[in-house]
Ligand binder design. Sequence first.
Ligand code: SAM
Length: 242
Amino acid sequence: MRVDVVTIFPDYLAPLDLSLVGKARTAGLLDLRVHDLRDWTSDRHRTVDDTPFGGGAGMVMRPDVWGRALDDLLDEGSHLLLPTPSGTRFTQRTAERLATETHLVVACGRYEGIDARVAEHYATRSGVTVSEFSLGDYVLNGGEVAALVLVEAVARLLPGVVGNPESLVEESHGAAGLLEYPVYTKPPTWAELDVPEVLLSGHHGRIARWRRDQALVRTAARRPDLLDALAPDQLDAHDRAT
Ligand code: SAM
């Protein structure tokens, strides 16, 4: 997969050299390129913003500068992703869908955001998909953190990036639609707290049932909206009793 990130702060994306994403890049599983939007400016001051039409506070990113950058980067089959607090919520389902694509371009907004004509214009371009996505109901200073989140959430789903693909199966927000059960490791007693007995039993059936019950209890307590969203056939009789 190729991912292009366009930003006025390329250094903000430095963490993408680290850990699993960094290894995926080195291994050639992810072709990630970070670009400075100012490389597409045409004036001495390398200006990317201007005052908003209609007045008001702050500055808006110019569509002509973004247009030159995106015309260079977008191709047939590209998906242009625009982080914005007014976008649709980015979820694990979004990450799963994006992980099947071949080319993502992330355009990081700053100031009051990017001139609205950019999303409108590229949505009409044949072969290009445009999505405006939000990390959540709060406002960040820029789209770089959203780009980091998107790249990490998508990259770990690419084949070969996570060493043991089994670890992706039972995660929170996975196919079961539940939060993950609590996890424990050695030592078996720490700070006068014991690891639940069942996990030391070696009995796979009882462990699986305990984990499922814990996932249900945790989801009901913390995210009842996720339980409400489950299809009836995603719960068995034992689940209902839990
Ligand atoms: N004026 C905009 C509004 O009220 O919707 C907020 C602009 S924000 C200060 C600047 C940039 O940060 C946005 O263009 C976007 O790229 C990014 N951003 C801020 N909050 C975000 C969020 N919740 N999800 C995704 N991107 C966000």
